[in-house]
Design a protein around this ligand. Sequence first.
Ligand code: SF4
Length: 473
Amino acid sequence: MTEVPEAKNILGVKKDLLLVKMLKEKEVRSLPKSFLFYLREQLKYEKFVKLGNRYIINSQLPPYPSPAFKQFLKVGNAVREGKTAPSSVHIAVTNACPMDCWHCSNANREDKGDLDLDVLKETLGKLQDMGNSLIGITGGEPLLRDDLEEILSAIDERSVKMLFTTGYGLTPERAQKLKDAGLFYAVVSLDHFIPEKHDKVRGFEGAFQIGVDALKLFKETGFYTVASTVPSIEMIESGEIWEFVEFAKDLGVHEIRFLAPIPTGKIVGQRELRWQKDQAMEMFEIHKRCNADREYPRVTVFGYIEAESFLGCTAGTFHMFIEADGTVTPCDMIPLNFGNIYSCGIEKSYNRMADTFRNPRYDCFVRAAVTLIGKAYEEEGKLPLSREKSLEIANRVKNWKMSDCFKELGMPYTWTEEELKGMGKKKKAQGCMSAINEGPCGGKKDDGPAPPDDPEVETGGGCFGSLSKDDMK
Ligand code: SF4
């Protein structure tokens, strides 16, 4: 058995020096200086992890140095020309799963069998040619597929490989085979530190032990291990969330990913399950505190990364999802249909979607579309929604304001006034940076309309639950 490297958390001066080194890569040199300052500031609540000879900023990015990291950097320059690419892709290779989680984003799908291996392999190659640098294999439970190693082996080094699993069926031999197939990030669902509570939310007796054993085994085999958690409002309010962090620390995971409950799949339309401001503040506190402390695992609160002040929502532009029946959607959480890899292929489906979304949105698309998606599901009775309904919803929600990261990069904003019809009245010109909540901004100096008047489209909050930029200082 190969020796497993010890992970180190990188903070302070070492983190700054590493950042400087990363920014010397030739793909970054032509980026605006102001963007680099912005980036340094945005990363102040992040902690890097060193595992072997690789550094991980967080598990949603390829490790540095690596060919996948170089591929990721190339996108930065293309963005300034208004180009998008499916930089990160998650693929449900099967819908089969022994568990029945309360928040499953993949629920309410017809069972049409697993994704065909040959079609999948061809699609993976095309995705990499299109600029992909991160491929996440998910389900259902992907470990149920006997050919998972073959799927992973079809991805070359231009993309980092990630697996989302409950751990069901993992053995030491399987873990080693996955390692040999080039898997780097092993993400295991773990929703609680009390076995009965975890089993209950996962709808499967023994799920807790399966998850814990999988995390240990993945770590022993040399993977970067991530515990993926969807904390409920109750878990945050009771303070159990802090006990969970201690538990994950003792377990020795490298990172904890905290995802907010998103009203899709099993909980489609159920807006009351989303975090509100108090819970979001508490989660932000965990993100900050753990990442400032060398002794704790890296923490990624997704809502912080996907907030307006940072990346925002890249669904349909730089992120996409492929369902187990081949349907191409903007994100694991957005059941909107833009084509199918069996019928129109990945390029046509992605281009259709990217032409609709065009710019990364300032906050979670699902949050804005929760009412529309809920109603459409009532009408159509299955997910993903039909192509006609999907287009109607995407055009009604509109990506009317970009996140700061893409503004700072200088991405041109391409929604026209005509397309933004139905939005509120245009504000007096103030410039984006001072009127950040007022309207769409392509360059930093643009101005635009106020939020949409459509009562069925939400305009605030993001998946993080109503935190403003001031809250997140
Ligand atoms: S912000 Fe919401 S819709 Fe956008 S990529 Fe994240 S989960 Fe998906």
